[in-house]
Design a protein around this ligand. Structure first.
Ligand SMILES: *Cc1c(COP(=O)(O)O)cnc(C)c1O
Length: 389
């Protein structure tokens, strides 16, 4: 049976070049980068090179990269660290209603500890309106955190406009760029951000490693305390192999960005058009143009999302029901709720996210299997039968 992996927003496989480099590194480089002997210096050299590679991907300086234990930790450090460093200035934070749980739950934690949080609404495409941000700003606002692109519906937010408003009021701006890095150009200067989150395993690097870009001069309180690694911003002996792999993944992402972007968009359009042509009663979610190149998100009337996922999995196709993070809970996706999708469509939604391994034959296979799956599930639905007979 053909196997088609279409969950690249959930995680990506290691790039073969990343795998080779990690193996080479781990074979005999075991030093602690904080040690001053030759073993330590050798490990530090590798970590510094990776730091440069990650910095280069986003147009930053090497000194502005803090390695963390992943995207979630980088979001926590940005939000909780900024709040702790600025609490004397104010206690108000602005975010959007469609953030990743790493951001939403960091804000929730702060809300339990004396901070106030405003959740900006989004329109039907998932876009935040810059004017809504301006209206929400108060004298006590110390931080705005709005994601670069949404992990469920793929909508790319107008970060340049949003950050320039925050800058007018001298408010720190953080963006979670986990879904955009390596997929569309991400440049911290063009975006005008102070803090930016990256995760290695969303861009063909290993899991459990990520980074926070912290613009020179921005002050944060650490969240993890200890021996003072990563300029005191993230204590704990570095995950050297993970960092080395992440650096290589960043280098490859920058190298292949243009060609992968073009190739992925072609596949995406083939998949989207194919679904619209072959399956009635579907809704294409997210923005048609301001969209991640690899994201396809549909709602199918009269179909239950989990059944669709399981049927596809039996045919070798791995997709996601709206969001990888919420697939274990019965609660509908907060993102789909925020774009105003009716309850019934929320539960009939399917996210397919493309990646390097996918080709046109994969799309043909999905376009052969998916219409059959949807038709079969609809044939069991009393609602579908009542309405279409
Ligand atoms: C995956 C993801 C994260 C979390 O990153 P981890 O490295 O898995 O902790 C954060 N934000 C977004 C938008 C993501 O897609």
């Amino acid at each position: 049976m053909r196997k088609v992996y279409l969950d690249h927003a959930g995680t990506t496989p290691l790039h073969p070049e990343v795998y080779s480099l990690i193996c080479e590194f781990m074979k005999d480089t075991f030093g602690n980068p904080s040690s001053i002997h030759s073993y330590g210096r050798e490990a530090k050299k590798w970590v510094d090179e990776a730091r440069q590679q990650v910095a280069d991907l986003i147009g930053a300086e090497r000194e502005e990269i803090i390695f963390t234990g992943g995207g979630t930790e980088a979001d926590n450090l940005a939000i909780i660290g900024a709040a702790a460093a600025r609490h004397k200035k104010g206690n108000h934070i602005i975010t959007s209603s469609i953030e990743h749980p790493a951001v939403l739950n960091s804000c929730k934690y702060l809300a339990k500890n004396g901070f106030e949080v405003t959740y900006l609404p989004v329109d039907g495409y998932g876009l935040v309106d810059p004017e809504e941000l301006r209206k929400a700003i108060r004298p006590e606002t110390i931080l705005v955190t709005i994601m670069h692109a949404n992990n469920e519906i793929g909508t790319i937010e107008p970060i340049e406009e949003l950050s320039s408003i925050a800058r007018e009021y001298d408010i720190l701006f953080h963006t979670d760029a986990v879904q955009t890095a390596g997929r569309i150009p991400v440049n911290v200067k063009d975006l005008g951000v102070d803090l930016l989150t990256l995760s290695s395993h969303k861009m063909y690097g290993p899991k459990g490693v990520g980074a926070l870009y912290k613009r020179k001069g921005v002050r944060l309180e650490p969240v993890i305390h200890g021996g003072g690694q990563e300029k005191k911003m993230r204590s704990g002996t570095e995950n050297t192999a993970g960092i080395v792999g992440f650096g290589k993944a960043a280098e490859i992402a920058a190298r292949d960005l243009d060609s992968e972007y073009k190739r992925t968009i072609e596949l995406r359009e083939k998949l989207v058009q194919g679904i619209i042509e072959r399956i009635p009663d579907v809704k294409y979610n997210g923005h048609p143009e301001r969209r991640l190149p690899h994201n396809v998100h549909f709602s199918f009337s009269y179909v239950e999302g989990e059944s669709m996922l399981l049927s596809l999995d039996m045919k070798g196709i791995a997709a996601s029901s709206g969001s990888a993070c919420s697939s274990s809970s019965l609660k509908g996706s907060h993102v789909l709720e925020a774009i105003g999708l009716p309850y019934e469509l929320i539960h009939g939604s399917l996210r397919m996210t493309l990646g390097r391994m996918n080709d046109a034959a994969d799309i043909d296979y999905v376009l052969e299997v998916l219409p059959e799956v949807v038709a079969r599930l609809r044939s069991f639905s009393p609602l579908a039968n009542k309405l279409t007979v």
